[in-house]
Ligand binder design. Sequence first.
Ligand code: ASP
Length: 453
Amino acid sequence: MKVSKFGGTSLASAAQMKKVVQIVLADPERKVVVVSAPGKRFASDQKVTDLLITCAEEKLQTGKIETDSLLAILQRYEEITTGLALPPTLLDELESRLRHRLAQPIVEKAPWIDGVKATGEEASSLILAALLRKQGQDATAIDPKEAGMLLTSEYGQARVLPEAYERLSSLREREGILVFPGFYGFTSEGNLVTFPRGGSDITGSILAKAVGAQLYENFTDVDAVYSVSPAYVANPKPISVLTYQEMRELSYAGFSVFNDEALQPAFQAKIPVCIKNTNNPSAPGTMVVFEREAKPSTIAGIACDHPFCSILVSKYLLHREIGFGRRLLEIIEDEGISYEHSPSGIDQISVILRQDSLSAEKEVRIRQRIEEELQVDHIEVVHDLSMIMVVGEGMRSYPGIAAKATNALAQAEVNIVMINQGSSEVSMMFGIKQSDEHRAISSLYQAFFEENN
Ligand code: ASP
């Protein structure tokens, strides 16, 4: 059995929905189909989820339900259902469900918004199941409450509860194609709650684990995951196979193919994930697997994120001072900031933070406290850094990758502000000036993917 998840662009229009049906019917193993809300049809279009959020916020501000965003959502549903020649009663049903949610009393803002936000996925599941039935298939839109998608009560940020797996596993016994709306579930008290944005990926991964799927397919709008973002290099090489660990490290550093958390349940159950293109289903896509054979040249990809800043602290022989690192990190913790990395040396330690978490006032307070409480020789805050991550299983066992990377950076005349070999041993991180980012990435790409290696 396969769990197949279709993202927003795959369900954005009647034409896209037809492609989804073809893909589902092409393989009888595709029994559990997870759907996002209709997404963008073209670059400047709006996702239904974004329209739903606007609609909810307008209601909160003005008390009105009849807004342009409501109209835009209903128009999208109408375009899709008429384009698929589905009965008008389905459109009425979608409209009345949405109006019902909007009309619910607002006891607390967050649960009420989650209720509205989730109607996009609910609509997709009802439309797709109706379309499959119209083609003579036995298909059901599943209600996540009845199926047991039990989540924590962190509205907009929910996580799965362990008992959900047992409940959801009985989906295996159900007949026909099960169309499951992504992105939301219910708390143990029965309140609707959503995952973070992009959370339909998480739904798919949870279901794959719950039903013990042989494969979790994630259909999107690209042929594969690329070794570097096309924003930096024209026509980058696609990645055919990468491990969970590599995928996680790449998504941490700005690869946005997958919702980061989504991999966890499938990973725990060692279920491979295949990322494929709804618009080109015959392309092999990218497989994410538990382990793979590593060759010396096995660099999976290069990712990059910005802006970061670094608080660099120098003190003679600080490595011998017990508790120095803890006290430094405590000062940062007291400002409510989480740190990203903390490379250290004999006389120096730096703490890397996301720049948007360090306001000017916080920076002044942190500097003052470090000077006073830690009696340091020197402190410097460097802004506008980029973190470049070179990721590959080959790093675990083969020497020379760091040399190759630093060489490539030197050739591009990029000054390295910081190097950090991830404790996971499958990644290496370079802190550089943000203004050097493009040059650095294209030089690294050339060294690892274009030259004979
Ligand atoms: N529709 C939701 C979003 O846009 C969830 C998803 O598509 O995965 O974030």
